[in-house]
Design a protein around this ligand. Structure first.
Ligand code: NAI
Ligand code: MG
Length: 353
């Protein structure tokens, strides 16, 4: 079988780190028994400035034919961030029912966490974030622009189906990976309609999975526990906004955004899933050739796992661990002096020496 991959590098360092991921993809195709065909799409802020839209009118239709999407990052100061996000990333996530955003937070060998871990236990958990509704809805509006009584309303949308399906995914993930506990991130004491509903539906689903332990924390306390005892968590289940914030915090305690991968998953596989680093286009370092390519390449590994090639995922992850342990070809965010390209070359060299 030939897998068809759509590649969208995007803006800023998205383009730089994607170059290294493609290098790895080409190397994998050359050395492994896997057939890959890929097409690149230049849908980014430059495209917007030329066409007044982030992707062509039939963009989603085009993407639908692929087995997976590999995405870099989007964001450019010449285009408002809400346009780049809502005209490109959100339509892909929502239309393709990528209702799970999967973000591992694993402290790789050779990396030191900025937080103290008790008893040398590993930090190794995943954040499963609801990715298609919740706080990131475009239901709302504003009135009385420029007047003293000006106002804005933004609605959170939570559906029974949406909460059920992401909770089911978390339970299946926990069971398949022998993880004993699910931690629910909530704020139902203050957000009394949507978050209370969230808890209620999550807990009804958990009732059917009694073999998996369940705990619930308010998001503010949980943020502190991430720093105080990150080794305690296995699977953290969160709404769209809470999961977004927790995953940057999670990445910070295991080495930073430069190495944090993510997967936007459509579990039924009716539509392509999308794999992208957690980070954005990093305008502060874009063009300098110093961005860390690991987050993008780890996202590529997650893509292979989703396509049923866990063996390739494991190989790429081992090469990342070896690169980090070797310390000599790390980028500046991991206290090294290597360029994006040198780090990317070294990863391929480690894997297929
Ligand atoms: P950011 O993730 O781009 O950068 C945050 C910080 O992390 C910066 O100091 C940056 O230099 C550093 N960093 C990020 N990735 C790195 C890497 N691979 N290697 C080394 N250092 C890295 O987030 P920020 O600054 O909030 O947003 C910048 C732009 O990116 C905005 O336009 C925003 O809307 C967009 N954005 C896009 C996302 C996406 O495409 N999914 C996600 C997050 C932000
Ligand atoms: Mg984010």
């Amino acid at each position: 079988m030939t897998y068809k991959i759509a590649i969208i590098p995007g803006d800023g360092i998205g383009k730089e780190v994607m170059k290294e991921a493609i290098k790895m993809l080409d190397a994998v195709t050359l050395h492994e028994s896997v057939e890959i065909e890929y097409d690149q799409f230049d849908w980014n802020s430059e495209y917007y400035l030329q066409h007044n839209r982030m992707m062509p009118e039939d963009g989603l239709e085009k993407l639908k034919g692929y087995d997976a999407i590999l995405f870099g990052a989007i964001g450019d100061q010449r285009v408002p961030d809400d346009i780049s996000v809502w005209d490109l990333i959100m339509p892909i996530r929502k239309t393709f029912q990528q209702y799970v955003n999967f973000r591992p937070a694993k402290l790789l060998k050779g990396l030191e966490s900025p937080v103290k871990v008790r008893g040398n236990k590993p930090i190794d958990f995943v954040i499963i974030r609801e990715n298609s509704e919740g706080e990131y809805s475009n239901v709302g509006g504003s009135m009385f622009s420029g007047e003293q009584r000006e106002l804005a309303v933004q609605n959170t949308v939570m559906t029974k189906q949406g909460i059920e399906q992401v909770t089911e995914f978390a339970c299946n993930y926990a069971r398949n990976h022998d993880l004993e506990k699910i931690t629910n991130a909530t704020k139902s004491n203050a957000i009394i309609h949507t978050m209370k509903f969230w808890d209620q539906v999550v807990e009804t689903v958990m009732e059917q999975h009694k073999d998996i332990a369940y705990e619930k924390y308010y998001i503010d306390a949980l943020a502190a526990y991430f720093v105080q005892r990150p080794e305690d968590f296995k699977v953290v289940l969160a709404s769209n906004l809470f999961g977004d914030i927790l995953s940057d915090l999670g990445s910070a305690i295991v080495g930073g955004l430069g190495i944090a991968p993510s997967a936007n998953i459509n579990p039924s596989k009716d539509y392509p899933s999308m794999f992208e680093p957690v980070h954005g286009s990093a305008p502060d370092i874009a063009g300098k050739g110093i961005a860390n390519p690991i987050a993008q390449i780890w996202s590529l590994a997650l893509m292979f796992e989703h396509l049923g090639r866990k063996d390739i995922h494991d190989k790429i992850l081992s090469s990342i661990e070896e690169l980090i342990a070797g310390k000599s070809r790390l980028t500046a965010d991991l206290d090294g002096t290597a360029s994006t390209e040198q780090a990317g070359d070294e990863l391929v060299k480690i894997l297929y020496k």
